[in-house]
Design a protein around this ligand. Sequence first.
Ligand code: ADP
Length: 452
Amino acid sequence: MTLAAVVVFAIFEIVKTILFPQISLISSHIMTVIVAGILAFYVSRYAFSRYSAALKETERQTIMTEETNRLLSAVLATMREGVLIVNSQMRIVVYNGAAARIVRLPESNAQTRQQGEEAAAGVPFKLIEDAAEHSSIPASPSYRLADATRNPAVNEAFQRALDERAPVEVRVEMADRAAHSYQLNVAPLGSDLVVGVFFDITQLERLERVRREFFANLSHELRTPLTAILAYSETLLAGAIDDRENNTRFIEKLHKHASHMSELISDISDLSAIESGSVKLSLGPVRLKSVVAEIIALTEARRPNCDVTFEVFVPETLMVQADRTRLEQILYNLIDNAVKFNRPGGTVTVSTEESASRVAIHVEDTGAGITATDLPRVFERLYRTDKSRSRKVEGTGLGLAIVKHLVQAHGGEVSAASEIGRGSRFTFTLPVATAAVPPPSSSDARLATADQ
Ligand code: ADP
């Protein structure tokens, strides 16, 4: 535009000189001033419109950047993965709340929470480009990565990503949070930054360990009776079948081991059916006390020589919302364990505690108890405490896993507490049924003495 105005002005001057060679100097100057003024007006109007368009575009871009930053900081603040952005001096320039908890940044959660609140309130949060200069978290010596975590693997991963400008992936365990392991992915970001993301893989690793142990235990559980079956059948085939003194005993052993295998396989298929959700519960009001009485009678019938006393503290009128058959299975597993792992002359106590719409049912024994290391793991499939001791007691190692899944399918929870030398207490919760209470059946009469 300016060039065009200059050209127009030059043409005007030439035309003026050709057309009016005799014109006075004053008139010539007046004409020049008028034309120059008109041209200057148009040039400045054009420049002003260009300037305001540029200003509008800058404003639009600023709003977009602020909006993007606001969204980005909101995403960062709500992420479960820890995010750390580190500059070439190995200083942390941006981090989110999850990262603050992982590496224990000195700024603590308060600042990162504040960032989240600011983000939610629309306060811009500068990051990514020139993060070191613009980040809402000032880069200072106290934010050196080495100060935030002494873990060499974390520091090395960031340093390597900075040096090589290539992604780095490592598994790290935080020393101050020994129970947590992370997969740390560090990748270059722009020219002198790297971003590290911590994925918590503790639970994944635990599940993987449980799965590995399950298969190892399963093959062991199947191999033991199979080896016995093969040995006894080979002995019989080799001539022991005619040994009148021992052949019945051998066949009994064969039967015992085959029964164990059959029990194990039926428990496994039961468990996988419950876990996959293909078992449909037919829920209804069940009188808890009558089920407890039936299961105690069944346990006594199956273990005629068990030297334990049963005590039941269950209110006569207590109704729970449950699938009766599955409730029997839960109680049988717990009461049978309480008998199996009890001491001779011990006691098995079944009691309840009602709170609001739920009831906690306790099955307590006076056995040897379970160690603190074993206690959190007894609900795992095929897990058995003190293997050598457990092997002497029959069982598949699946009972408590079945209990856990059945209780959860009822919307309840199961837990265990134990004291070495004093016994264990297994507790599960169920919803209380609100239906009318039917009259007690005669089978409950025998338990009346120990009732509340
Ligand atoms: P099992 O068929 O071996 O009883 P469970 O799943 O019912 O399988 O129990 C798993 C393991 O937990 C048992 O082998 C035993 O070591 C331990 N356990 C369960 N209940 C008790 C208890 N009441 N007292 C002591 N240990 C128990």
